[in-house]
Unconditional design. Structure first.
Ligand code: ADP
Length: 295
């Protein structure tokens, strides 16, 4: 199965060009979508999820026309939006049973079986009788994924699912997603670049509505070998370095600034080579589009 996006464009009525001619093929497995705030990630995900129209272009899931055959897409889609509300005074079990009914599972016995299986899968079975309003952030996200998994979707879209989760909850959530990603397409947007390296077989970077890159995380990092250098400088020197090097990130460390620069050749001048990480790929890719270093 493959999702093929071709020349997709979207401009909002206020004039913002959220997507510009995006062409991208997404294979089975976990696919990471990276980009700064306002890049167009949610616009792209909402369009794939049939929740908004594009101005032009096409989206095909194998031979299913996503933009035209919305009802058919919705039957095989699981979507976990960035912010989703829960009814606070209803239990997880009641809510999932209701969703099962909406998804067309008519038989009460089948419904119960489906709901129980999902509750076990996201590890909420023991909390199934609790009101959703009492759930922690991690539990709510796991509930969100349970509702997104109802009906065994072939395409799952999760928009920044780990915002607000603690590291242990994040791990649990990602383990769950990885399991699901084995035989479906899972599109995941996140701000945590290294998570994409750990989890995703493919990723894309979008910035200002344009697709900047589509690659495999390990190959993209490999390409950066020997091209990332670091140096510790005084805060007052930053302008000199910004003017003379491609500074891709800056971190404050014990009162000094630790720079990472991209350079095809050894810049000398006290810079030391350092092993690249996916964040270097990300920052290098978007550095031409925006000022990354504002101190
Ligand atoms: P991301 O998810 O990468 O943060 P979005 O897709 O939410 O990006 O937004 C892309 C651009 O479109 C931003 O400039 C945003 O302000 C704008 N935008 C998003 N939704 C709307 C909307 N409904 N109406 C007008 N502008 C919007």
């Amino acid at each position: 199965m493959q999702l093929t996006i071709t020349n997709l464009s979207k401009r909002y009525p206020n004039g913002v060009q959220a997507l510009s001619n995006v062409t991208l093929s997404i294979p089975q497995g976990m696919f990471g979508l990276l980009g700064p705030n306002g890049a167009g990630k949610s616009s792209l995900m909402r369009t794939i999820a049939t929740l908004q129209e594009a101005d032009s272009g096409s989206i095909m899931l194998d031979d299913l026309d996503v933009l035209k055959e919305k009802e058919r897409v919705r039957k095989i889609l699981g979507y976990l939006p960035q912010d989703f509300g829960v009814y606070p005074k209803i239990t997880a079990e009641e809510m999932l049973t209701h969703i099962a009914q909406l998804k067309g599972i008519q038989n009460a016995g089948d419904r119960k079986e489906t709901v129980n299986a999902l509750l076990h899968r996201v590890n909420l079975y023991n909390d199934r009788k609790k009101n959703l309003g009492t759930y922690s952030g991690g539990m709510k996200q796991r509930f969100g994924i349970a509702q997104a998994l109802m009906g065994q979707p072939k395409l799952i879209i999760v928009d920044e699912p780990t915002a607000g989760l603690d590291p242990a909850e994040r791990n649990r959530f990602y383990n769950l997603l990885s399991e699901i990603g084995e035989n479906t397409i899972v599109i995941l947007s996140t701000h945590i670049v290294e998570d994409v390296r750990t989890l995703c077989s493919d990723f894309a970077i979008i910035c200002k509505g344009e697709l900047m890159r589509h690659d495999k995380p390990d190959e993209a990092v490999e390409e950066m070998n020997g091209k990332i250098y670091t140096k510790s400088i005084a805060k007052t020197e930053i302008h000199h370095y910004k003017d003379n090097y491609e500074v891709i990130s800056v971190q404050m460390k014990s009162g000094k600034l630790s720079l990472r620069v991209y350079s095809e050749t050894d810049p000398g001048n006290g810079f030391l080579p350092i092993n690249p990480v996916l964040e270097d790929v990300y920052f290098h890719q978007i550095s031409g589009k925006m000022d990354l270093v504002t101190i």
